[in-house]
Design a protein around this ligand. Sequence first.
Ligand SMILES: Nc1ncnc2c1ncn2[C@@H]1O[C@H](COP(=O)(O)OP(=O)(O)OP(=O)(O)O)[C@@H](O)[C@H]1O
Ligand SMILES: O=C([O-])CC(=O)C(=O)O
Ligand SMILES: [Ca+2]
Ligand SMILES: [Mn+2]
Length: 653
Amino acid sequence: MTEKGTGGVSTPRTPLKSILTAKAKGIPHDVDGTVKAQTLEELHSLQRKRSAPNTPLQGTPTAFVNLSEDERQRLQLQSISASLASGTRGTGPKVVRGDPGGCKSRAVTHVEHHHVEAPVISVSDSALKFTHVLYNLSPGELYEQALKYEKGSFLTSSGAIATLSGAKTGRSPRDKRVVIDDITQDELWWGKGSPNIEMDEHTFMVNRERAVDYLNSLEKVFVNDQFLNWDPKNRIKVRIVSCRAYHSLFMHNMCIRPTIEELENFGTPDFTIYNAGQFPCNRYTHYMTSSTSIDINLTRKEMVILGTQYAGEMKKGLFSLMHYLMPKRQILSLHSGCNMGKDGDVALFFGLSGTGKTTLSTDHNRFLIGDDEHCWSDDGVSNIEGGCYAKCIDLSKEKEPDIWNAIKFGTVLENVVFDEHTREVDYTDKSVTENTRAAYPIEFIPNAKIPCVGPHPKNVILLACDAFGVLPPVSKLSLAQTMYHFISGYTALVAGTVDDIKEPTATFSSCFGAAFLMLHPTKYAAMLAEKMQKHGATGWLVNTGWCGGSYGTGNRIKLSYTRKIIDSIHSGNLSNATYEKTKVFGLEIPSEIEGVPAEILRPENAWANKEAYKNTLLKLAGLFKNNFETFMEYKIEEGNKLTEEIRAAGPIF
Ligand SMILES: Nc1ncnc2c1ncn2[C@@H]1O[C@H](COP(=O)(O)OP(=O)(O)OP(=O)(O)O)[C@@H](O)[C@H]1O
Ligand SMILES: O=C([O-])CC(=O)C(=O)O
Ligand SMILES: [Ca+2]
Ligand SMILES: [Mn+2]
């Protein structure tokens, strides 16, 4: 008998011989060098080494040392069952570890949760089944789950896994609801301009029950226990319960990954997400205006997702949570990228979606602290996340080499198109969406700064992608101007990230992230002003959008020019340049920057039609003015001096 060897050459079949050296550890051999396994099944079981225990504890960390592995498993399952407890029945499902279709599950345990003494009226079928829990799986295990069970999951040529997020390929801010109760009523920002659309506690529970029942009806759910915030003093423990390996891997990459020891001592999470995104909300439910609902309950410390599988909802839901928790501790939460030079100079990059936070903070010559969400405390800056979420549309190896190289085994590629045979991704293809994305752990960027913390920022760079093409590529800001532009949060919304937006249009979003704010924007602005003043940070406005004309006529500023501009900010050269003040916006423009054509620095020089330039400039100034009206009645600080200065720092015409 023969079998096919490589290259199609038939080779004689030989007995299963060990090719391992005697030094190979942990694999049992017998004396003559063949593996000990008696059956192929046993051999395959040897292939996978049993991992060190990784079970979270409910109780005190001191107790676990004396626990047996079985006891740990029991406590872990109890904690997960409690998370999944139904609100009406008061009990959690029967949970068991492992894949129902995979290897034999260990320790079949029936766990009941006893915190509510609800009378058992009847037993439904769901009470008779087990829910299998896939707990903190590794990327390899999650790949297998996705490839085996999730339609639309494929290996690409770089090793990244491609997946589809379903009908939604961006966030759905209109479907976000926040529970209003005695506490949040007074604390949060509600009403005009606020992203927080209210929902009552009862309706939240209706949606929570819908999500929990859906999750419990499944054969298996994924549970991730992870952290937010690299500042050890202000670390938040989060649990994410989801139904797709895609969601579990996405959060594995995006949140901070616990070590085995940290996981053993995890205890009770500070916040839990129930992601039942495959299942719609019930439109007969009060407050529902579509089949999608993203509900945050700060008092219960829970978030429910129904009717959208876009993973960014989880990331940004947690960011909203941090925008609530951190300011309570006098820590400023920021929608910004952050990096650090070799001399320890830190820069923040604020900007709305698509303005360049990820692209510009990922800089081969600097240490990456994070690309999207940070905290600024009295100790300095810290990244909230453990990963990056880069836009992939038109990604090129030459222009963004570090992001390109981060797209490898472990990375989740959302909604990209690839060649069905070669599995090469075509980053120019927008067939599924413009908002194609890659989610990867921050260590995939070679010069990431781990732990992701740094000293107080030296430069605060406000990014705007100006579709009108009238803002200068760079200008130096006074503190009042920085605050004015921070509160305004101007950009041209780039297609795709938020549903239904197809072309760039001017938009204002305070603090460059109004969609994620929990408190009034002036609260964050006041903290930023105080911190910038205290630590002597300089503000800059960088237009990463159009020049030489508006969208349609002009062109987007070359990324290589923007990088030169940013380099000159970091090096300190730009602080020493000579400046000229522009009309209307009163922005200080440098006369020259090494490597950047001088004519693009002054927008009016770059426009062929001067009349059109002037009209467009006034039009944009008018939009700024209108937008700022809303903030006129708010004070930024006690005494009001800065408030007055900020008002005066806007366009004058
Ligand atoms: N001059 C430029 N400066 C910065 N980015 C540019 C420029 N020209 C083109 N781009 C492109 O614009 C996009 C900027 O997206 P990026 O991922 O950095 O946005 P972001 O601010 O991180 O948004 P989000 O908060 O949604 O993650 C990238 O696709 C980048 O290639
Ligand atoms: O949330 C998303 O989908 C992407 C993102 O970072 C943002 O919009 O700021
Ligand atoms: Ca980003
Ligand atoms: Mn973002």
